[in-house]
Ligand binder design. Structure first.
Ligand code: CUA
Length: 172
C-alpha cells in the first residue's frame, strides 16, 4: 500500500501537533503548576448561610491551628463575599468557595487560582501566591502590599461583569 507524499506530510504534521499539545499540558502541570482542581465535595447551595463553614461570619481569611491560611468565599449573583481579602505571599493557602445560586468562575489575576464554582459543590484550590508574579500586574499599595483583582469568569447573568473583588497580597 502506498501513501501519497502529501498525505504522509500531513500525517507528520498532525502527529507533531498532538505531541506538542500533550507536552504543553505536561509542562504546564509540572513547571507552572496549572491543573484542574479535583475536589469533589457536595454542599446544599440553598442553605449556605446555615452551614457551619459558609455562614456569613465565617467567610474571609482564617489561620488554621496548623498554621495554614484558609480562605472561604461565597459567590452569588452578582457579588463575591467578602469583597476584599488579604493574603500572605509565599505561604500555603487553601481556598474554599461555594456558589449560592448558579455557576460562577473564580479567578485571581497573577496567580494560578482559577476554578469553576458549581452550585452544590465546594471548590477547593491549594496554592501559594508568588509575590513577584502578582507585583508584575497588580497595583502597589503604600504599605508594600499589592492588590490584584478577583473576578468571576463564567457568564452568570446580566450582572456578570460587575462580579469582582480585590485580593491584597502582603509581602512574605
Ligand atoms: Cu458570576 Cu459571572
Amino acid at each position: 500500500m502506498s501513501i501519497h507524499p502529501l498525505e504522509r506530510r500531513w500525517f507528520v504534521v498532525a502527529t507533531l501537533l498532538v505531541v506538542v499539545m500533550g507536552g504543553l499540558i505536561v509542562y504546564n502541570a509540572a513547571a507552572m503548576k496549572i491543573h484542574p482542581p479535583s475536589n469533589v465535595e457536595t454542599i446544599d447551595s440553598t442553605r449556605l448561610h446555615l452551614t457551619e463553614e459558609f455562614a456569613e461570619d465565617k467567610l474571609g481569611v482564617a489561620r488554621r491551628a496548623d498554621g495554614a491560611v484558609v480562605v472561604r468565599l461565597v459567590m452569588a449573583r452578582y457579588m463575591v463575599h467578602p469583597q476584599e481579602i488579604t493574603l500572605p505571599a509565599e505561604t500555603p493557602i487553601v481556598l474554599r468557595a461555594a456558589s449560592a445560586d448558579v455557576l460562577h468562575g473564580l479567578h485571581v489575576a497573577g496567580t494560578n487560582i482559577g476554578t469553576q464554582v458549581v452550585p452544590g459543590y465546594v471548590s477547593e484550590v491549594r496554592t501559594t501566591i508568588r509575590f513577584d508574579a502578582v507585583s508584575r500586574i497588580g497595583v502597589a499599595n503604600p504599605d508594600g502590599s499589592v492588590t490584584v483583582p478577583l473576578f468571576c469568569n463564567e457568564y452568570c447573568g446580566l450582572g456578570h461583569q460587575s462580579m469582582w473583588g480585590r485580593v491584597r497580597v502582603t509581602r512574605p
